[in-house]
Design a protein around this ligand. Structure first.
Ligand code: ATP
Ligand code: MG
Ligand code: MG
Ligand code: MG
Length: 560
């Protein structure tokens, strides 16, 4: 492609609102242009990178027998009502009406659509397992679209869904997917880590996220320095170790609390003491942070908290916010002193019966206790994170922390969607049973951006070979010199047979061309300059500063 013909509107200055390196470079290198908040056009070079990432994803999906489909973006509300997510998904779901006032959403994900697609077709165990995938634009009305393509409201995702007759089959595909994701993110050149994760709103109970390590990452992961163990700290809970005892005011029923052994293991990992541990969570209510103390294996979710505080205006503080409130840095696992924080007992919440707080003995808690009513509590103490106790290796070592960008996630969904949406198959005995499902997402456009976060320098992007928009940047340094233009034209024709070539044939100053070439970041640059008449060109790789003079007869070998 000739640079005089392509559309690469590079910028001298970057708009001030660009907060991350990748966002800045995407704008500066003329790869994307913002249309509205979180909505972008992908310009030619970005589109080529997307194509390459998509091709890698496609190859790895097909290698594990995934079959490509393309499902509708526009999704009927009825399907979402069947699964219960029309209400549960919240404001991230883009909703709209057609001319007949029928409700639709713009697909943020496709569990409902795919379940409705297969429920009439996959009627026999003989057709299972099967994995369908698609690569498509998704829509989510994110509360805070930011960092360019990293958190858009319109973005490209690969989503795959698998259907099974039994758990063993699901396990097998989950494993294949996990390995395929490993290959995908390795091939695109990311430094990443798979981590245990929280399943959140989508349902299901077993899931890993693939995290590209980068400071700008909105997720924090905790990992072990001596084993493969790694988890999103969303999967962890805040541990509060009060300095002062919670003194009961009246007689309360004391019950044993299970799971102390796990707590002990985790406490060792995090180098904390388990005694007097109270699990806690911090939520933001009407601009005030309050801490909720919980004892036991109960789940507290947004809905319950909202009914408790009788307000819609409630936000779970994320880990970074908690650290901010507590004045702690991720990685500083040491004690955090808290001066003032309001404490609520959660056992007033109607739905959460029998929750108790404030046990002052290891392994026990009080039933139906209320901090304000039944206890004197002073909120001074240490906060740490613990992990939910599953799948912990024995050689946990000590905790380390890092920031990550979630580029992919694999889920075991189980029968959440097949049961609510009545998608059954006939097993070998001819009995109807709900399909067992898995789902697997890759953020394609986010991956592009994550790669830039990891591969750049002051001058621009440094594309890994596997996904670079072009392989070779051919530059006619001074196309006004006939010998240079002639040789450059000739090389363009030759090299194109073997490589994707971007040919800078523009009548611009050399300095401008070099700056643009650094910014665009193709892996190797071939410069046709003063020695053109001798058939000698200069070859320079983007990832180091050395350059070499090469005779055109050897050029193809050098580039390979
Ligand atoms: P996040 O935690 O960042 O909001 P998610 O967990 O909501 O992401 P999933 O539902 O797991 O996202 O979607 C699959 C993949 O799609 C994610 O792993 C991520 O790479 C990508 N993705 C999700 N939301 C966005 C977004 N707003 N912009 C770009 N990519 C996204
Ligand atoms: Mg999200
Ligand atoms: Mg997530
Ligand atoms: Mg996710």
């Amino acid at each position: 492609m000739k640079q005089s013909k392509i559309f690469i509107p590079t910028l001298r200055e970057v708009p001030a609102e660009a907060e991350s390196v990748s966002h800045k470079l995407l704008l500066k290198a003329g790869m994307i242009k913002q249309n509205a908040s979180g909505i972008y056009s992908y310009l030619p070079t970005a589109k080529r990178v997307l194509n390459k990432i998509e091709q890698i994803v496609r190859e790895e999906m097909e290698r594990i027998d995934g079959v490509e489909v393309l499902m509708p973006v526009l999704q009927q509300a009825e399907l979402w009502k069947e699964s219960g997510r029309w209400d549960a998904y919240g404001p991230e779901l883009m909703r709209m009406k057609d001319r007949n006032s029928r409700e639709f959403s713009l697909g943020p994900t496709h569990e409902e659509v795919v379940t409705s697609l297969v429920r009439d077709e996959l009627k026999s165990y003989k057709r299972l397992p099967i994995t369908l995938f698609q690569i498509q634009t998704k829509f989510r009305d994110e509360k805070r679209p930011r960092f360019g393509l990293l958190r858009g409201r319109e973005f490209i995702m690969k989503d795959a869904y698998s259907f099974h007759a039994n758990e063993a089959s699901l396990d097998e595909t989950y494993n294949d997917m996990y390995n395929a994701y490993h290959k995908i993110f390795t091939r695109v050149g990311l430094n990443f880590r798979p981590v245990l994760a929280d399943s959140g709103a989508i349902g299901g109970d077993h899931t890993h996220e693939f995290m590209a390590l980068a400071e700008i990452g909105e997720d924090t992961i905790v990992y072990s320095d001596t084993s493969d163990f790694a988890a999103n700290i969303e999967k962890t809970e805040v541990v509060y170790t009060p300095n002062h005892e919670h003194t009961p005011i009246k007689e309360l029923e004391k019950v044993e609390t299970p799971g102390v052994h796990t707590a002990q293991k985790l406490a060792d990992f995090l180098n904390v003491t388990v005694d007097k541990i109270v699990k806690s969570m911090i939520v933001k209510v009407e601009d005030e942070y309050v801490m909720i103390l919980i004892r036991g294996n109960h789940e507290v979710n947004d809905v319950k908290l909202k009914s408790y505080f009788k307000t819609e205006n409630i936000e779970m503080a994320n880990e970074n916010e908690i650290l901010n409130i507590l004045g702690a840095k991720p990685g500083s696992i040491g004690p955090v002193h808290v001066d003032k924080i309001k404490i609520y007992a959660d056992n007033d919440v109607q739905d959460i019966n029998n929750l108790a707080v404030g046990a002052n003995e290891d392994g026990y808690h009080y039933l139906n206790a209320n901090v304000d009513r039944d206890f004197n509590v002073e909120a001074y103490g240490d906060f740490r994170f613990i992990l939910e106790g599953e799948s912990l290796p024995n050689n946990l070592g000590k905790a380390k922390f890092a920031e990550g960008i979630e580029v992919g996630q694999v889920f075991k969904l189980g029968t959440k969607y097949s049961e609510s949406m009545n998608a059954t198959f006939l097993d070998e005995q001819g009995k109807a049973r709900p399909l067992i499902m898995g789902c697997y997402g890759v953020g394609v456009s986010r991956t592009l951006s994550a790669v830039i976060e990891q591969h750049h320098d002051d001058r621009g992007v440094i594309w890994p070979k596997s996904i670079a928009p072009y392989d070779v940047h051919l530059i006619a340094i001074n196309p006004k010199q006939e010998a240079q233009l002639e040789l450059a034209d000739q090389l363009y024709d030759q090299l194109r047979n073997h490589f994707d070539v971007l040919y800078d044939d523009r009548k611009e100053r050399a300095g401008v061309k070099f700056n643009d070439a650094d910014l665009i970041g193709l892996p190797v640059r071939v410069m046709v300059g003063k020695q053109a008449s001798e058939g000698i060109v200069e070859v320079k790789r983007r990832d180091n500063s050395e350059s070499q003079e090469v005779h055109i007869d050897d050029l193809q070998d050098v580039l390979n």
